[in-house]
Design a protein around this ligand. Structure first.
Ligand code: FES
Length: 519
C-alpha cells in the first residue's frame, strides 16, 4: 500500500485494487484564516485528483474544499460516504458533480472491487464536527491502515478487532479557538493553552496505545495563519501555551513517551507500507524543513497575501440589516429549541464592530443579544450575558448573505473574534450556532432527547469512588479514559473534569456525573 502525503489531513492511498483520495484541502478556510502547512498548493493535483475513490471525512472546510474538488478531482471517482444523520455531505458532493456513491454503514466493512476493503466509522453527536466526523479503515493485501484524521471515537476497539493495523494516521494538534480568543490576562491564557496542549498530546498517546499500530502518522494539522491579524497563532514564538504544535514537535514529544514508530509526511512524501515495513521518501529533508519553519511561513505569507485580500473584499454587505436578518433566521429556531436553549440558559451577546460612515475612521459597535430563555433576538439591554462575542460586522453580514447554517464552521473557527463568558464552557452555545437550519436543529434536539433520557446506568469502581461507566460528556468509557485524583475525575478523551463529591462538571454547565464513595 502506498500513501502519498498531500497536506494537512489529506492523503492519497494507492493499492493495486484502486486509489483513494482523502480530504484534499488547499484553499484557505474559515474567512481566509487557515491555510494548510506545509503548503500543498504546488503539488501536481491534476494527477493526484485522478482517483478511483474519494473520501471526505466530514464537512469542516479544512476537509471539504469545494473549489478544489470541483477543479481537480475526477467526477468519475466513487465517493465513500460516511453514514451521517443528515444528507448534507452527499448533497454538497452531488452539487459539485459527483454521481457515484458507496453509502457505507458505520462499522461495517465494505468489499470494493479487486479485494479492497474499507470501513467508515461515523460519529454523529451534535458536538462531533459539523454534525458528524468519521474515520476510514482500509485493508488491501494484508496491510491495514486507519485514517482517524480528527475524529474522536470513544475507543478504537472496532478497528483493532479487524486485525493488526500497520499505519495509523491521527490528529495531535489543536483545531479550535480556545483559549487564544478569550479576553483573559496573558498569563492565564498561557496556562490554559499549556493545559490544552498537554491534553491534546495525552489523548493522542492514548489512541496510539489503544491501536498499537506498526507506524503512526501525525496528520490533520496544525493549520497556519497567514493574515497579519492572526500571525501570532503560529507556533513559532516559543510559547508553551500555543495549541498548534507541528509534526516536528509531535516527534519530539512522542520520543519522550518512548514512541519510536512516528512517520512525518510532508506534501509529496511517499510511504510504502507493507506488513513488515514502512519506507518513506520525502521531497526535502524533514528536519531541515521544520528548522526553517518561520522562513517558510513568511514566504507563504507574502505569496498568499493577494488571496487573503481578495477574500476580505468580499465580506462586506452594508445593505444587510443584521439585527433584522438575525431575528428572521434565529428566532424560529429558538422557538423550536428545548434542549439547546435550556442548555445555554442565558443571553448571548454579539458586539459587531464596523467603521463609521462619516469618514472619521472611527468605530461603530452594534450589540445584539440572542436571548435563549426569552426566545428572541434583540438589541442588547445592558444585562448580564452568558457569553459575549466581539467580531467584525462584515463577517456576520457575510454569514447572513450566504445563508450560512454553521457559524462554528465559519466564524468561530476563523478565530477572528474575541470572547468572554461568565462561568464554565457551555457546549450548547456552540451546538446551537452550528445548527442554524431546521434540519440540523431537529437532529440535535432529537439527539439530546434520546441521550439524556437513556443515560447510562452502569457503575464502575475508580480508586475510592463508584462512578457511572460512561462519561456524561460524550460517553467515553471511564474504565479507559477516567483518571481519579483525590475528589476529581478527569476524562482524558476531551479533558473534562468532574467533582465527584458533588457530581458537578467543572468544565461545562450541566453534565453532572453520578458518583459516590466506595464503601
Ligand atoms: S467524552 Fe468528552 S470528556 Fe469524556
Amino acid at each position: 500500500m502506498r500513501v502519498t502525503g498531500t497536506g494537512h489531513a489529506s492523503m492519497r492511498i494507492d493499492t493495486a485494487a484502486g486509489s483513494i483520495l482523502c480530504d484534499p484541502w488547499v484553499n484557505p478556510a474559515y474567512f481566509a484564516s487557515w491555510f494548510p502547512f506545509p503548503d500543498n498548493s504546488l503539488l501536481d493535483w491534476e494527477t493526484l485528483g485522478q482517483v478511483d475513490y474519494l473520501y471526505v471525512s466530514h464537512l469542516h472546510r479544512d476537509h471539504f474544499d469545494a473549489a478544489h474538488l470541483t477543479r481537480f478531482v475526477s467526477k468519475k471517482a466513487t465517493v465513500l460516504l460516511p453514514e451521517y444523520p443528515t444528507s448534507e455531505l452527499e448533497d454538497e458532493l452531488r452539487e459539485l458533480g459527483f454521481t457515484s456513491f458507496v453509502k457505507t454503514k458505520t462499522n461495517e466493512v465494505v468489499e470494493l472491487d479487486g479485494g479492497l476493503n474499507v470501513m467508515i466509522q461515523a460519529l454523529t453527536s451534535p458536538t462531533d464536527g459539523p454534525i458528524g466526523d468519521s474515520s476510514l479503515w482500509v485493508e488491501y493485501g494484508g496491510v491495514r491502515l486507519l485514517n482517524q484524521n480528527d475524529a474522536r471515537p470513544s475507543d478504537l476497539s472496532t478497528f483493532a478487532e479487524l486485525g493488526h493495523v500497520h499505519a495509523h494516521m491521527l490528529q495531535f494538534s489543536g483545531a479550535i479557538w480556545y483559549p487564544m480568543v478569550y479576553e483573559l490576562p496573558q498569563t492565564a491564557k498561557t496556562a490554559f493553552g499549556k493545559q490544552k496542549r498537554d491534553r491534546q498530546f495525552d489523548r493522542t498517546w492514548r489512541y496510539i496505545d489503544d491501536l498499537k499500530a506498526s507506524h503512526v502518522f501525525p496528520i490533520a494539522g496544525p493549520p497556519c495563519f497567514l493574515d497579519d491579524e492572526l500571525w501570532q497563532f503560529n507556533d513559532i514564538f516559543g510559547d508553551e501555551g500555543n495549541i498548534f504544535p507541528d509534526q516536528s514537535v509531535f516527534m519530539r514529544e512522542y520520543a519522550k513517551v518512548g514512541g519510536t514508530n512516528g512517520v512525518v509526511l510532508l506534501p509529496g512524501s511517499v510511504a510504502e507500507v507493507t506488513p513488515d515495513s514502512c519506507t518513506t521518501t520525502h521531497p526535502t529533508d524533514v528536519d531541515e524543513f521544520f528548522a526553517n519553519k518561520k522562513a517558510h511561513l513568511e514566504e507563504m505569507r507574502e505569496r498568499k497575501r493577494p488571496v487573503i485580500e481578495a477574500e476580505k473584499a468580499s465580506w462586506r454587505h452594508p445593505e444587510i440589516d443584521v439585527l433584522k436578518e438575525m431575528k428572521r433566521k434565529i428566532e424560529p429556531l429558538l422557538d423550536e429549541s428545548m434542549y439547546l436553549a435550556k442548555g445555554v440558559g442565558g443571553p448571548v451577546r454579539f458586539d459587531l464592530v464596523g467603521s463609521s460612515s462619516d469618514g472619521s475612521g472611527g468605530e461603530t459597535v452594534e450589540s445584539i443579544v440572542v436571548d435563549f430563555p426569552g426566545k428572541q433576538v434583540r438589541p442588547y439591554g445592558d444585562e448580564k450575558v452568558r457569553y459575549r462575542f466581539r467580531t467584525e460586522r462584515a463577517l456576520v453580514e457575510h454569514l447572513l448573505h450566504i445563508g450560512e447554517v454553521d457559524w462554528v464552521n465559519s466564524l468561530f473557527l476563523s478565530c477572528r473574534f474575541s470572547a468572554a463568558r461568565i462561568g464554565q464552557y457551555n457546549e450548547f452555545v456552540y451546538a446551537f450556532f452550528k445548527c442554524l437550519s431546521e434540519e440540523r436543529l431537529q437532529y440535535a434536539e432529537g439527539w439530546y432527547d434520546e441521550h439524556l433520557k437513556n443515560a447510562d446506568k452502569e457503575d464502575i469502581r475508580l480508586g475510592d469512588w463508584v462512578v457511572q461507566r460512561r462519561c456524561p460528556h460524550l460517553k467515553a468509557d471511564l474504565t479507559r479514559f477516567g483518571i481519579v485524583e483525590g475528589d476529581q475525575l478527569t476524562c482524558q478523551l476531551h479533558g473534562w473534569r468532574f467533582d465527584l463529591s458533588s457530581g458537578r462538571c467543572l468544565t461545562s454547565v450541566g453534565h453532572e456525573i453520578r458518583a459516590h464513595r466506595a464503601e
